[in-house]
Design a protein around this ligand. Structure first.
Ligand code: AMP
Ligand code: FE
Ligand code: FE
Ligand code: ZN
Length: 283
């Protein structure tokens, strides 16, 4: 099985690379991409962990772009993790994340729901390259006893329309695509069925987007068919993955299990096409 969308503790996943390798192996995944939010910090340790299990690692990233005040996630594959342009770009993104988390914590304080911000920031700062965001705030809300689960924290406080939501600024999709290309990678639009910007896909294809993530844990069969057709129409490649973040054990129950590792698999022929395109791009 091929799973090209997973997260680790370098961003908002619950498993470190070695635990992720084991989970992947047990699920039958033999080719895995790690695609942490705005960081490549897990890739070097993952390389060793995956090799120990005989799993092929594809170097990935999931970068947050902002378009019309809404987040658009763009996946990068076959990137050179330490490419200087990419590294600078991601460092800026992570600094912006820290500022946003501070602003959310301030808002929560005013709302009478204080969280342990120093601990959150320490987590983000002790491990170089660690990327924090709303899931870390959600976990802090759980630890403070304000909510019972990460999901409840999002639903009641952290999403647009809720009192502790703080809007973000960020790069455009075109800028993200260019940065991924400069680092030798291919850019794929993550979970278009959740992003709901079908109107912009043609324009992003013009800007150099290489692929659509047609296969995703939270896509319905109709979503998958629609994006497969759209990719064919626009001459784009296809990617797919579970978007595994680990399981939310807050209530002793795996509430994020719908995104279990290996829940979806990319057909091998699509991976071969991606590899050929990545090779061609690198010349
Ligand atoms: P951030 O990058 O700080 O905006 O956090 C975005 C991450 O939070 C996403 O990648 C998801 O892992 C998670 N997330 C976003 N929206 C929700 C939601 N409504 N419920 C649960 N998790 C969410
Ligand atoms: Fe996430
Ligand atoms: Fe995403
Ligand atoms: Zn993801």
């Amino acid at each position: 099985m091929i799973d090209l969308h997973t997260h680790t503790t370098a961003s908002d996943g619950r498993l470190a690379p070695d635990a992720l390798a084991r989970a992947a192996w047990e699920a039958g995944v033999r080719t895995l991409a790690i695609t942490d939010h705005d960081t490549t910090a897990a890739l070097a340790p993952a390389r060793q962990a995956m090799a120990a299990w005989g799993i092929r690692l594809i170097e990935g990233i999931e970068i947050t772009a902002v378009e019309s005040e809404r987040d658009v996630h763009v996946l990068g594959y076959f990137i050179t993790p330490n490419a200087p342009g990419l590294a600078r770009f991601l460092a800026r993104a992570r600094a912006g994340r820290i500022e946003r988390v501070r602003a959310i914590a301030e808002r929560l304080e005013q709302l009478g729901r204080p969280i342990d911000l120093p601990r959150l920031l320490k987590d983000a700062l002790v491990e170089p390259g660690r990327s924090i965001g709303r899931p870390a705030v959600a976990d802090a809300l759980v630890r403070a006893g304000h909510v019972a689960s990460r999901q409840q924290a999002f639903d009641e406080w952290l999403v647009p329309g809720r009192p502790a939501f703080v809007p973000r600024t960020g790069p455009s999709v075109a800028e993200v695509i260019a940065t991924i290309h400069e680092a030798g990678g291919l850019a794929s639009l993550a979970h278009p069925g959740l992003t709901k910007r079908d109107d912009a896909i043609a324009q992003w294809a013009e800007a150099g987007l290489d692929a659509l993530e047609a296969y995703h844990s939270e896509h319905s069969p109709e979503d998958t068919d629609r994006y497969l057709a759209r990719a064919r129409e626009l001459g784009l490649l296809v990617t797919g993955g579970s978007d595994f973040h680990g399981e939310d054990q807050a209530r002793g129950r795996p509430t994020e299990y719908r995104r279990r590792i290996g829940a979806v698999t990319l057909p091998p022929a699509d991976l071969e096409r991606l590899e050929a395109a990545a090779l061609a791009r690198r010349g």
